[in-house]
Design a protein around this ligand. Structure first.
Ligand SMILES: O=C(O)CCC(=O)C(=O)O
Length: 247
């Protein structure tokens, strides 16, 4: 199973595992996520109303208790996740952060094609090189059925076609939400798992009151470590309860 997954990911940049989590796996997590989200919405109403579609850094949030934070860490390191992480990264991987994705306040808000790396300030030439060696991988855990993620297979290692680059970067009259020929939609249901490279061209499809938890891992390199906010990682005390090489 692990080698097949690795080959799939290597070729296409994503893996879709249908019905991967049980209700038992999700039920405690879901309560914590809703508690976080309800509080987050209250404090960030202004930003939500002006367009935010995600929150992040749940494990350093004041909205959850120490026990809830530990439960999130336990969810992240469970075998169902960490065995896949181990098989996808050539070298050691490290936990980067968490995000929650939801629908925009304005139901007509446009989605946008992007590669996460385009927001790092690197030149296009640097980005083209870095996607060949650097890995950032999202594990998306939908709690609600959602229209899903649209992605362009294999672009985790291959650069855009001209139309794709122009769309992502709003060039030559194209807009980031324009449809792309090679786009492939992966619809998601509660209990599915979608793993995809943040380097690849992708966009979230809004609707159905989506509510998805993303856990993100990256290469454990000095370069990435400078980006990691270690407040989101377990403390030495917490590590006693978490037997994992992912922190
Ligand atoms: O779901 C979304 O809205 C976008 C997801 C995304 O871009 C990401 O996870 O990097």
């Amino acid at each position: 199973m692990e080698n097949i997954l690795f080959q799939d990911y290597k070729d296409s940049g994503y893996i879709y595992l249908e019905n991967y989590f049980s209700e038992e796996d999700l039920k405690d997590l879901e309560l914590i996520l809703h508690k976080f989200h309800d509080n987050w919405l209250k404090e960030n109403e202004k930003y939500y109303q002006s367009g935010l579609i995600n929150s992040h850094s749940l494990t350093s949030s004041k909205f959850i208790t120490q026990d809830e934070r530990l439960d999130i860490f336990k969810f992240i390191i469970q075998d169902k996740i960490s065995e896949i992480v181990r098989s996808l990264f050539h070298e050691k991987a490290i936990f980067l952060n968490t995000q929650l994705f939801f629908d925009p306040f304005n139901k007509n808000q446009d989605n946008y094609w992007h590669r996460d790396i385009q927001y790092t300030g690197m030149s296009i030439d640097e980005q083209k090189e870095k996607i060949k060696t650097q890995n950032v991988i999202h594990f998306r855990i939908p709690l609600q059925p959602e229209i899903g993620i649209e992605l362009i297979p294999s672009t985790h290692k291959n650069w855009d076609l001209q139309e794709e680059e122009e769309t992502r970067l709003s060039l030559n009259g194209r807009k980031p939400n324009n449809n792309l020929q090679r786009g492939k939609t992966v619809s998601l249901n509660r209990s599915d798992l979608l793993i995809f490279s943040a380097n690849m061209i992708h966009r979230g499809l809004y609707g159905n009151n989506r509510f998805a938890f993303d856990v993100i891992f990256c290469d454990d390199t000095p370069e990435f470590r400078t980006f990691i906010d270690f407040k989101n990682h377990p403390s030495q005390d917490e590590l006693q309860f978490l037997n994992s090489e992912l922190f």
